[in-house]
Design a protein around this ligand. Structure first.
Ligand SMILES: Cc1cc2nc3c(=O)[nH]c(=O)nc-3n(C[C@H](O)[C@H](O)[C@H](O)COP(=O)(O)OP(=O)(O)OC[C@H]3O[C@@H](n4cnc5c(N)ncnc54)[C@H](O)[C@@H]3O)c2cc1C
Length: 322
């Protein structure tokens, strides 16, 4: 099996999701694993990918490739796949990667399995695991032809250093298709944020309807700040306009797997659970002792968030300053 992983970067920062997919590919065992970087100034990022399991890195470096547009990336990946004879292309989902995967599937006449949460190698064949029936079960999915393309849910894998050495770096130069030069980015806005994003944070403090009102999200924010984490939310509060959609965790939001997940006033509906169940330690505070979230929490506190959270935040601050 020969696997090519599309590694996304923002500026000089390699995206954790892509690195997770790369380390997963390397863990599959008997596969040749390569990565591809596309953009301006990407060559300097290539050597880092060895640590995550890439034996070879293709660097398509060109100012014309700097805007994060999908079509030019389809041109690059199609050439690398054809020239290198790769039978499998894996990507971590993002707005850009989803478009690249779809375009590449059309260009290579390849099968694309999307929304995968895992992949395993069984008797030399790849089998994808995809959530179905509102994420209540996992189904096995496969490919009937090569090349095969897999697009993984954000946060499916940890970016684990595999102990690999220096990769072989190969420059790729691609003549872009006429239609790939048609689109241009006219404006880009960067979201202002303080602290880590919920996908990258090692600690997530998430608030639900149990906080009672939008202004009480300050409780979650204060605790997250004290712990050095990020704030997440349930769909119920996002739909109610209490917190921005970008913070929504769950089936129709983001998937996170921090070291610590603190749930404040969250019932633990299956659609929320699927977005956070792979967190290392789950701590929940809920006034209802029968709330479903306690069934999958490592530590459950039955009580009122308004009484407990300010004290907890104070304690965390004291510990940190002491
Ligand atoms: C197709 C579909 C997709 C969905 N996608 C998502 C998704 O991506 N993410 C998501 O989160 N949901 C999603 N949902 C919604 C999901 O089913 C739940 O409705 C939602 O997660 C509930 O949010 P909640 O826990 O904040 O609210 P509730 O279910 O209302 O729970 C509030 C909890 O707070 C507790 N509480 C109340 N007051 C206090 C207090 N003072 N102190 C402590 N505890 C208190 C209550 O006991 C209760 O357990 C989806 C639903 C559907 C149908």
């Amino acid at each position: 099996m020969s696997i090519l992983v599309f590694v996304e970067h923002h500026g000089n920062e390699l995206q954790k999701g892509s690195l997770g997919v790369l380390s997963k590919a390397a863990s599959l065992g008997d596969a040749d694993v390569a990565a591809v970087l596309v953009g301006a100034g990407v060559r300097s990022l290539a050597s880092e990918l060895g640590k995550f399991g890439a034996a070879r890195v293709y660097a398509a470096e060109d100012d014309a490739l700097e805007p994060p547009l999908p079509q030019a990336r389809v041109d690059v990946l199609a050439k690398v796949v054809r020239d290198g004879g790769y039978d499998t292309i894996l990507l971590a989902n993002s707005v850009l990667a989803a478009d690249v995967a779809a375009g590449l599937a059309a260009r290579l006449d390849a099968g694309l399995n999307w929304d995968l949460a895992d992949v395993v190698s069984e008797d030399g064949s790849l089998v994808g695991k995809r959530p179905a029936l509102q994420d209540s079960v996992y189904v096995d999915v496969g490919w009937t032809s090569e090349p095969r393309i897999g697009l993984f849910r954000a946060g499916s894998f940890d970016a684990t250093a595999t102990g690999g050495g220096e990769p072989q770096v190969e420059d790729v130069s691609v003549e872009l298709e006429e239609h790939s030069r048609g689109a241009r980015i006219v404006d880009q806005q960067l979201e202002e944020s303080s602290g880590p994003s919920i996908e990258d944070a090692e600690i997530v403090v998430a608030g639900g309807r149990g906080l009672g009102a939008p202004e009480h999200f300050g409780l979650a924010e204060e605790l997250a700040k004290a712990l050095g984490g990020a704030v997440g939310a349930t769909r119920a509060v996002v739909d109610a306009g209490w917190y921005p959609y970008a913070a929504q965790i769950g089936q129709t939001g983001k998937t996170v797997s921090p070291k610590l997940y603190v749930a404040l006033g969250i019932s633990g509906a299956i659609q929320h659970k699927v977005g956070m169940q792979s967190s290392n330690v789950i701590v929940s505070i809920n006034k209802d002792a029968n709330a479903p979230i306690f069934e999958f929490s490592d530590l459950g506190v039955v009580g009122d968030v308004h009484e407990i959270v300010p004290k907890l935040t104070e304690l965390v601050k004291q510990r940190k300053s002491g």
